[in-house]
Design a protein around this ligand. Structure first.
Ligand code: PEP
Ligand code: MG
Length: 537
């Protein structure tokens, strides 16, 4: 048996599929002669084009022609004689085919990313995709296609990036297992959003588990059974059925009011990372979106999303929620959320470094694109704007100034925009300690217990060695939460919670007693959270 952290509830029983990290290191490839290298290059290009054409056809059927056009664009780009000629010239100078692809693609990536035009910047990420695919073909290393694994698969990887997770077909995946991460890491948050059981931080899982092996993953206790006996299987099948029945019974809470027995009304909202996640919130009858983690729009690409792309994403969510509140949190990068193209300097303490609101205020061009996109999207729904990782009043004031500048710019250009309420996340001890002052500056608070627990306890959220200290029930964290709620109430502003603790059935009654107004949880926890609130006195 292996052990990890149970990070998304449920039981998965199925065959192991190891998703290996594919290396595209070609340092061992030896140059033979120019003709052989050019032949290898041409074959790789032909194969890439024919495979991409097939994929584009499939995508057109499943997702529509707009998505397929992106892939067709890759084919056009790679068919450019200038690009191929450049690669061949590199080969003539003694480069192996891999090196030629790498050098020429990098040249295009640098060129496209330096142009100040969003569409051109987007081309850089297309070339990055082309480069990765060609290198894999040349080296003969192909990764498992996550989107088409067989039914009843248990996926095992070092970690799941958001783009890997977005390709998971939840009908076929019983559970996911990773070697790193904890309950509040982003792979855990995504797994819970999809309702897939997950066990994280299983040391050497990709080596200790064999492809095709029958395994049981317990998303509650974090146990992984690799040597599955008949009695094991019977026991866990029964547990799985009981769990599914329990989950089914929560359907009684669909579209019910979230009110305590004495009639105190609360709001139960959902957390999302991508516009598509809104459907999960609607299916679970979430009463709003309490946290839209916009950094996911910036991840797994090689240049930042344009103002238009962001406007499209935010307005799609606002429209889908049909007048219900949507709290959009501005870019929260840094810490464990790396975005290579933003070129954040390597820091010794990234969680204490140039991240979130600090980075954004120092990069006003990037930040204002996001603020304008949010203001414009507010025409289509009930949007609130929220600042992450606030530690000082000055940060809030500076963000307000930028917001005013954005409104002036939009007015000057006659671009319509809506009004948005402004709130802050309370997720640092300093924000808690000045929450009385912050409450006079903003319209609402949302307590981010994931970070607040880490910063209060001085514990890295993802470090297994100090896991025991990462405890939201520690008196210090509970006092911080209580103080924040009290100060919000005194100032007459709303206070919610969007950290994972908002869904903790043992904490909810206390939060209700302290007067928390809004509970924003992963969509799959909405019904359980509402049930727990309804059972409070
Ligand atoms: C939090 O810190 O509690 C939070 C909700 O933000 P994130 O998990 O995205 O850091
Ligand atoms: Mg946070």
């Amino acid at each position: 048996m292996l052990r990890g952290i149970g990070a998304s509830q449920g039981y998965g029983i199925g065959r192991a599929v190891i998703i290996e990290d594919i290396s595209t290191d070609y340092s061992a490839v030896k140059y033979t002669d120019a003709k052989t290298e050019k032949d290898r290059l041409q074959k790789a290009i032909d194969r890439y084009i024919s495979e991409t054409k097939e994929l584009a056809k499939m995508i057109e059927i499943s997702a529509g022609s707009k998505e397929a056009e992106i892939l067709e664009g890759h084919i056009v780009m790679l068919s450019d004689p200038f690009m191929i000629l450049n690669m061949k010239e590199n080969i003539d100078k003694g480069a192996v085919a891999e090196k030629a692809v790498d050098a020429v693609c990098n040249m295009f990536i640098d060129m496209f990313s330096s142009v100040d035009d969003e569409l051109t910047k987007q081309r850089a990420s297309d070339v990055q995709d082309i480069k990765d695919s060609l290198l894999k073909i040349l080296l003969g290393v192909r990764s498992v296609d996550i989107s088409s694994v067989e039914k009843k698969s248990v996926l095992i990887a070092k970690d799941f990036t958001p783009s890997m997770t977005s390709r998971i077909n939840k009908e076929n995946v019983e559970a996911i297992i990773t070697e790193i991460g904890g309950v509040t890491s982003h792979s855990a948050i995504l797994a819970r959003a999809m309702g897939i059981p997950a066990v994280l931080s299983v040391a050497d899982a990709t080596k200790k588990i064999k492809n095709g092996q029958l395994i049981i993953a317990d998303g509650f206790s974090g146990k992984i059974f690799t040597d599955v006996s008949e009695s094991n299987l019977e026991f866990y099948r029964k547990k799985q059925n009981e769990y599914l029945a329990r989950k089914d019974s929560l359907k009684d809470y669909l579209n019910k009011e979230s009110a305590t027995k004495s009639g105190v009304k609360k709001k139960v909202y959902g957390n999302i990372g991508k516009p598509e996640d809104v459907q999960n919130v609607i299916h679970n009858s979430g009463e709003g979106i309490g946290l839209f983690r916009t950094e996911f729009l910036f991840m797994d690409r090689s240049s930042e999303p344009s103002e238009e792309e962001q406007f499209e994403a935010y307005s799609t969510v606002a429209r889908a929620m049909d007048g219900k509140e949507v709290i959009i949190r501005t870019l929260d990068i840094g810490g464990d959320k790396e975005i290579p193209y933003l070129k954040i300097d390597k820091e010794d303490n990234p969680f204490l470094g140039h991240r979130a609101i600090r980075y954004c205020l120092d990069n006003p061009v990037l930040y204002k694109k996001q603020l304008r996109a949010i203001l414009r999207a507010a025409v289509y729904g009930n949007i609130k704007l929220m600042l992450p990782l606030v530690t000082t009043l000055e940060e809030v004031k500076s963000a307000k100034e930028l917001l005013e500048e954005c409104k002036t710019e939009l007015k000057e250009k006659n671009i319509p925009f809506g009004s948005v309420l402004l709130g802050v996340m309370i997720e640092t001890p300093s924000a808690v300690l000045i929450s009385d002052l912050l409450a006079n500056e903003v319209d609402f608070f949302s307590i981010g217990t994931n970070d607040l627990t880490g910063y209060t306890m001085a514990v890295d959220r993802g470090n297994a060695k100090v896991r025991g200290l990462y405890d939201t029930f520690n008196t210090s964290v509970l006092r911080a939460i209580e103080m924040t709620i009290r100060n919000a109430k005194q100032a007459g502003i709303e206070v919610g919670m969007c950290g994972e603790a908002a869904a903790d059935v043992d904490l909810i009654p206390t939060l209700v007693r302290w007067g928390l107004d809004e509970f924003s949880v992963t969509p799959s926890s909405i019904l359980q959270t509402r049930k727990t609130i309804c059972e409070c006195e």
